[in-house]
Write a protein that binds this ligand. Structure first.
Ligand SMILES: [Zn+2]
Length: 311
C-alpha cells in the first residue's frame, strides 16, 4: 500500500507548462519501499466507480501502482482530475458528470510522470448513462420570473460575486471521510428536475430541496472554509463552503446565517437555519454541490461510502 504524504504542487511550480488545466499530485513516500520501476514496466491499475455513471453524478477515480516521486494528473470531459491520498493511502480523485453530458462513451485520461524517465499515459472509457428527470411546474412571485429593471444591477452583482469564487485558485482538500446530511427531512425536489416557473421560465433544478420548518438547523456537509455569506436575489440567504480541490457546497433560502467568510467549519457544524428567502415556494433548504464548475446530485455524495463501496 502506498504510504506517506501528498505534496500539492501549485500549477505554477510544476504543471503549467505541460498541462494548463491539470493539477498534479506528487507522491513523497517514507523509506523502506522497493526501488521504483520505470512506469512503463509498472502495473498501473485505474478504476472508475461507478462503472457506468449517470448524467448529473460524480465519479471516484482510483489509481493503484503509483510510486514515490510520481506526478499524477488526469482529466475527464476537459476538466482536471485532482488526485489526493486519502486517509487509507489510496490515490483518488473526484470527477463530475454534467446533467447535459451526452449519454455514451467518454475518454478519461491519466498521466504519470516519474522523477526520471519517460511518462506514461493511460486512457479508459467511461460510459455515461442517460438519466430520467421529471418535470415540475412551480408558481412563484412574478418578480422572480421577470425581475423588474431596477433589480437587474443587483442580480448582476450577485453573479459577479459568486463568479469570483469559481475563478479562485483551488485550495487543499479539507474534507475527510464521508459527507453528512445538512438536515434530515423529506426531499421535496430532487436533482435535475426540468422546471417551469409560472408556465414560462424553464430551468433545471441543480440541487436538492429538503423540507424544514423555518428556523430549524442547517449543517455543513463536510469540513471546509466558508467563502460566501450573502443575501442574494434568487437564492436568498446563502452560504457557500469550499471543501478544497474545487468542491463546493451551497446552502440557499436560509433565514439565519451563523458563520462568517473565512471561517473554518467542520462536517456537521451548524451554519444557519431554514428559511424561505429568495425564489422559494415555502421554507426549505436547497443544497447544491459543485465540483470543478459542474453541479451534480448532492444525494449521491451524501450517501456515498468513501470506505470503498460503490455509490
Ligand atoms: Zn431547490
Amino acid at each position: 500500500m502506498i504510504r506517506g504524504l501528498v505534496i500539492w504542487m501549485l500549477e505554477a511550480l510544476f504543471c503549467r507548462a505541460s498541462y494548463a488545466a491539470a493539477f498534479c499530485a506528487v507522491l513523497l513516500l517514507g523509506g523502506g519501499l522497493a526501488e521504483a520501476n520505470p512506469p512503463s514496466q509498472r502495473d498501473l491499475r485505474l478504476r472508475v466507480i461507478p462503472e457506468r455513471p449517470i448524467q448529473g453524478s460524480f465519479i471516484l477515480v482510483e489509481l493503484e501502482g503509483a510510486v514515490p516521486g510520481d506526478r499524477v494528473s488526469g482529466s475527464f470531459r476537459d476538466r482536471p482530475l485532482r488526485f489526493f491520498l486519502d486517509d487509507s493511502g489510496r490515490l483518488r480523485a473526484l470527477g463530475a458528470v454534467k446533467l447535459e453530458c451526452p449519454a455514451g462513451p467518454h475518454p478519461l485520461q491519466l498521466q504519470v510522470v516519474p522523477p526520471e524517465g519517460a511518462s506514461i499515459s493511460q486512457e479508459t472509457v467511461v460510459t455515461i448513462r442517460e438519466g430520467r428527470f421529471d418535470d415540475q411546474e412551480l408558481r412563484v412571485r412574478r418578480k422572480y420570473v421577470k425581475p423588474p429593471k431596477r433589480l437587474h444591477a443587483r442580480i448582476r452583482k450577485d453573479r459577479e460575486a459568486i463568479k469570483k469564487i469559481w475563478d479562485a485558485p483551488p485550495t487543499a482538500r479539507a474534507w475527510q471521510g464521508n459527507f453528512v446530511w445538512p438536515r434530515r427531512d423529506t426531499i421535496t425536489s430532487s436533482f435535475g428536475l426540468r422546471r417551469v416557473f409560472n408556465g414560462e421560465l424553464q430551468s433545471r433544478h441543480r440541487g436538492l430541496d429538503i423540507d424544514g420548518r423555518r428556523g430549524s438547523p442547517v449543517r455543513a456537509i463536510g469540513s471546509g472554509t466558508v467563502v460566501m455569506v450573502s443575501d442574494r436575489y434568487y437564492s436568498g440567504g446563502t452560504v457557500v463552503i469550499d471543501h478544497g480541490l474545487r468542491l463546493f457546497s451551497l446552502y440557499f433560502h436560509l433565514r439565519g446565517k451563523l458563520v462568517k467568510v473565512g471561517q473554518q467549519v467542520k462536517a456537521g457544524q451548524k451554519i444557519g437555519t431554514v428559511g424561505r428567502s429568495g425564489r422559494a415556494t415555502g421554507p426549505h433548504l436547497h443544497l447544491s454541490v459543485k465540483l470543478e464548475g459542474v453541479y451534480f446530485d448532492p444525494q449521491q455524495l451524501l450517501d456515498f461510502d468513501f470506505g470503498g463501496e460503490a455509490p
